[in-house]
Design a protein around this ligand. Structure first.
Ligand SMILES: NC(=O)C1=CN([C@@H]2O[C@H](COP(=O)(O)OP(=O)(O)OC[C@H]3O[C@@H](n4cnc5c(N)ncnc54)[C@H](O)[C@@H]3O)[C@@H](O)[C@H]2O)C=CC1
Ligand SMILES: O=C([O-])CC(=O)C(=O)O
Length: 368
């Protein structure tokens, strides 16, 4: 090879360009690293944190299941004195799990310390029902807890704190909390019916042998109790040939109108019968889904069920905490309007509203 014909000048230029590009790229990556600002932590209160749902829920929150994989969290765990050792153990395990998103854990039996500056409050604290009881049978013990904790939240939580009541009777506990914390906006106080919603999705997916993610827009109307109305009239399933209504896909109205409804209404009792304990992992997961969708939004074209303060939508008496189909955007829920309601559905929606009206009266009498 004749060395004189080698284009040394060109090779030299190429090497310089390559070195410059790689240097430039390194600088950009370094700058991005410097600019990567970690989000401020969100403080999440879990009451009844030493209980069985608490034990399933705390690690889910610490892993980002509730608020997203890039959202640091601080956990405030509240329980009562007899459970304080167990609560301490939960905190020890959270430390041992070394969750990257978990920026602090406060485990306390002091309600004021627990409520201080919380952005999200998940209220599990209370007495669960046992086999053979209805959820309203735990009314007197639990509503007095919600009355007391309402004022602590009102006085010490962050402005715009979002509250999810899980403890039963969930709708009525949430209503009591709302009434005794008048300065918390009513749109910030909700109760969990997402577990019932997810149970309905699960049953339809099993029946049709499709993935649960392909079923959407079931509705839980009313109370988180055996009078709730799981409604599939607007639900759809995604199939190979496009979207189909659940009624058409199941093609068995008798099953949908009877057995399906009763399975969902009685699912909590069936879990208690099988486990001798009430639902915990599914309740924790549903609580994460509820808060996640509320704060981060529901996917386009999809609604979820939430127990929310009723404004009279669908002719339901205003002033109850009633489960409706909702969509969420920018941290706000909105009741889905304009769905056609047939006569059978109307009756079931009224029936569960009636139970909530009675529970409200019973709760008031327990507090007098
Ligand atoms: N809405 C829903 O979909 C569901 C609701 N639930 C309800 O959630 C609640 C919690 O269930 P579990 O964790 O299984 O019960 P659990 O009995 O295992 O835990 C409840 C915890 O609350 C604590 N507690 C009692 N009084 C308290 C107070 N004043 N302040 C703070 N903590 C207090 C207890 O010491 C206990 O550690 C129950 O009311 C249960 O019926 C359960 C499943 C689903
Ligand atoms: O049934 C219970 O008492 C617990 C609960 O609310 C549920 O699993 O839906």
């Amino acid at each position: 090879m004749n060395m004189e014909t080698v284009p040394w000048e060109l090779i030299q230029k190429c090497v310089v360009v390559l070195i410059s590009v790689s240097l430039f790229w390194k600088i950009i990556k370094y700058m991005c690293g410097l600019l990567k600002v970690e989000k401020e932590p969100v403080t999440v209160l879990v009451t009844g944190a030493a209980g069985q749902i608490g034990y399933a829920l705390a690690p889910m929150i610490a892993r980002g299941v509730m608020l997203g994989p890039d959202q640091p969290v601080i956990l405030h765990l509240l329980d009562i004195e007899p459970a304080s050792e167990s609560l301490k153990g939960v905190k020890m395990e959270l430390v041992d799990a070394a969750f990257p998103l978990l920026k602090g854990v406060v485990a306390t039996t002091d309600v004021v310390e627990a409520c201080k500056d919380v952005n999200v409050a998940v209220m599990l604290g209370g007495f669960p029902r046992k086999e053979g009881m209805e959820r309203k049978d735990v009314m007197s013990k639990n509503v007095s807890i919600y009355k007391a904790q309402a004022s602590a939240l009102e006085q010490h939580a962050a402005e715009d704190c979002k509250v999810l009541v899980v403890a039963n009777p969930a709708n009525t506990n949430a209503l009591i909390l709302k009434e005794y914390a008048p300065s918390i906006p009513e749109k910030n106080i909700t109760c969990l019916t997402r577990l019932d919603h997810n149970r309905a999705l699960g049953q339809i997916s099993e029946r049709l042998s499709v993935h649960v993610g392909d079923v959407k827009n079931v509705i839980i109307w009313g109370n988180h109790s055996s009078t709730q109305y799981p409604d599939v009239n607007h639900a759809t399933v995604t199939t190979n040939s496009g979207n189909k209504s659940v009624r058409a896909a199941v093609n068995d109205d008798n099953w949908l109108n009877n057995e399906f409804i009763s399975i969902i209404q009685q699912r909590g009792a069936a879990i208690i019968k099988a486990r001798k304990l009430s639902s915990a992992l599914s309740a924790a997961s549903a609580a994460c889904d509820h808060v996640h969708d509320w704060l981060l939004g529901t996917p386009k074209g999809t609604w979820v069920s939430m127990g929310v303060y009723c404004d009279g939508s669908y002719g339901i008496q205003p002033g109850l905490i009633y489960s409706f189909p909702v969509t969420c955007e920018n941290g706000q829920w909105k009741i889905v309007q304009g769905l056609e309601i047939d006569k059978v559905s109307r009756e079931k929606m009224e029936n569960t509203a009636q139970e909530l009206i009675e529970e409200k009266e019973l709760a008031k009498s327990c507090l007098n």
